[in-house]
Design a protein around this ligand. Structure first.
Ligand code: NAD
Length: 430
């Protein structure tokens, strides 16, 4: 039976839903700032990014023509340590999206209490329509253009949507060639043989799974036999899928940008992987019926994992959600208005800034290993990751209980409080 919760009425919840990701990030911050009664000066500092860089990236395409791409790097906050955040390649990248993602990184690193700030980068492009050579030339020129901002002590990129370990290797090489020595610590998510960390590729999905385990424990849902639907069978979604299946949960649906696959008796992640490797999609895999992304989100299941893009659960479909628990593997999948609906319905939503923080946590381990010039074993990495995720879940749950509110608000109150304290203690320069 779903419990009915009191709505968290924020001080300035706009009457109409606004899907601009940066406005959403600011609204989420405002709610926490209001609750914490943050002093106006600190509030103004934390509400906007510290630095925004827009670059134009000329690339020679395979047909000999020069194409100009637009890229961004945004540093939201560095009060608690170097800026940290991924690089996204997608046709829908916009400055406001990158600003939102950078802010969410600040709150994420603070939620799991690692000594980083928040940043993000993005290039407006369609990587699926580019050759490997074009992607390499674009990545190297983008890395060169954002070089004044990045560095192991200042701002450390990592992979995000449609970027991977190879992308990071190109960024690391470009940076290293310019500074004159190999500098593995300038990026994380590199290949292991270039100073990457064991366990980094799986880290976000593993963290999502550990958090789902904690949430299910709290909600008294046994993982064995629990029904799970995963939107987005990419790096994060496919790893979480594998770990759920290893614990005998039943994966009833998975999807990608082209649509989804459904089987009430369960989907084998390994077979899904093989099929996707061969065809480029999970749609049409044998033994499963076709399902749309919208239908997947509305499935009756124990755990729903949005692991694709932002704004997939909005006022338009929040009422149709039948999952008992939502674990946000993607950044920003749920709007604040949808949050209120889900909270009232008794759906337990574990927010992105906690649920997907496993990636940046192991990125932090990678950076530490690069500083030490010493590599940890995979079991060491996984054990430390698990410990941080479980501790952070407990802290966020305690914060939300203390403030009698949902987990997102609990996480924001905790994270914004930590960053505000660091900002206030450091004081204003000059
Ligand atoms: P990815 O590129 O490996 O996978 C993205 C997946 O989403 C793909 O399966 C793609 O087909 C699917 N997708 C794209 N558009 C879609 C749409 N409109 N509807 C349904 N599915 C769609 O990316 P990823 O690294 O797995 O990242 C997924 C999400 O997790 C993003 O929101 C990202 O910001 C977040 N995240 C990633 C990391 C990380 O370490 N990679 C860390 C934290 C958060």
């Amino acid at each position: 039976m779903a419990t009915v919760n009191r709505p968290v009425v924020p001080p300035r919840m706009p009457p109409r839903e606004d899907l601009n990701p940066f406005h959403i990030a600011q609204l989420q911050f405002d709610m926490a700032a209001e609750y914490l009664k943050l002093e106006n000066g600190v509030r103004a500092v934390l509400r906007t990014p510290k630095r925004v860089l827009e670059v134009s990236i000329p690339v020679e395409m395979d047909n000999g023509q020069t194409k100009i791409f637009t890229g961004y790097r945004v540093q939201h906050n560095v009060a608690r340590g170097p800026a940290k955040g991924g690089i996204r390649y997608h046709p829908n990248v916009s400055l406001d999206e990158v600003k939102a993602l950078a802010a969410w990184m600040t709150w994420k690193t603070a939620t799991v209490n690692i000594p980083f700030g928040g940043a993000k980068g993005g290039v407006i492009c369609d990587p699926k329509r580019m050759s490997k050579g074009e992607l390499e030339r674009m990545t190297r020129r983008y890395a060169f253009e954002i070089l004044p901002l990045i560095g192991p002590a200042s701002d450390i990129p990592a992979p995000d949507v449609y970027t991977d370990a190879q992308t990071m290797a190109w960024v690391m090489d470009t940076y290293s060639m310019i500074v004159g020595h190999a500098e593995p610590g300038v990026v994380t998510g590199k290949p292991v043989w270039l100073g990457g960390s064991e366990g980094r590729t799986d880290a976000t999905g593993r963290g999502v799974f550990v958090i789902a385990e904690e949430a299910c424990k709290l909600k008294k849902i046994p993982l064995r036999g629990a029904t799970v639907a995963i939107q987005g069978f990419g790096n994060v979604g496919s790893v979480a899928c594998r770990l759920f299946a290893e614990r005998k949960a039943k994966i009833v649906a998975i999807s990608d940008s082209r649509g989804g696959a459904y089987n009430a008796r369960g989907i084998d992640p390994l077979r899904a992987h093989r099929y996707k490797d061969r065809t480029g999609t999970v749609v049409g895999m044998p033994g499963a019926s076709r399902i749309s992304n919208d239908e997947l989100l509305a499935l009756k299941c124990d755990v729903l994992v949005p692991a694709a893009l932002e704004n997939v659960i909005t006022l338009a479909n929040a009422d149709q959600i039948k999952a008992r628990v939502i674990v946000e593997a993607a950044n920003g999948p749920t709007t604040p208005h949808a949050d209120e609906v889900l909270h009232r319905k008794g759906v337990y939503v574990v927010p992105d800034i906690l649920a997907n923080a496993g990636g940046v946590t192991v990125s932090y381990f990678e950076w530490v290993q690069n500083q030490q010039g010493y590599a940890w074993t995979e079991s060491e990495v996984n054990a430390r990751l698990e410990a941080i995720m479980r501790r952070s879940f407990a802290e966020v749950a305690a914060s939300s209980q203390k403030h009698r509110t949902h987990l997102r608000h609990g996480a924001y109150t905790l994270a914004v409080g930590r960053v505000a304290e660091a900002t206030a203690t450091r004081g204003l320069f000059p």
